[in-house]
Design a protein around this ligand. Sequence first.
Ligand code: H2B
Length: 101
Amino acid sequence: MTPTHAAPAGIEVFLQEHPHWTLRNNTLHREYLFPDFVAAFGFMTQVALRAEQAGHHPAWCNVYNRLVVDLSTHDAGGVTEKDLALARQMEALFQGKRPAA
Ligand code: H2B
């Protein structure tokens, strides 16, 4: 299978536009903090529905109000446009906007 890595320029543009995200261990990495567990889990639930729709799923770890996210495409062994798309959806949800389907 041909890996479909996102163009490095695409990642750079995304990282410049979204300074909370970094490239870490070949994943798109971000930590979110919420007021409490219910807010964190509510956000995760919204993301989960979007991820399932897209057939593309986050690696994440939640402890109480903290959510650590690492996005990569396992099939491709790195960050692809699918991860950038999921990250953009997460940012839109986090800012209370309804992301484009
Ligand atoms: N999610 C992520 N992050 N990477 C993948 O390669 C991936 C996935 N593959 N979700 C999908 C599921 C694949 O296993 C199914 C068959 O679509």
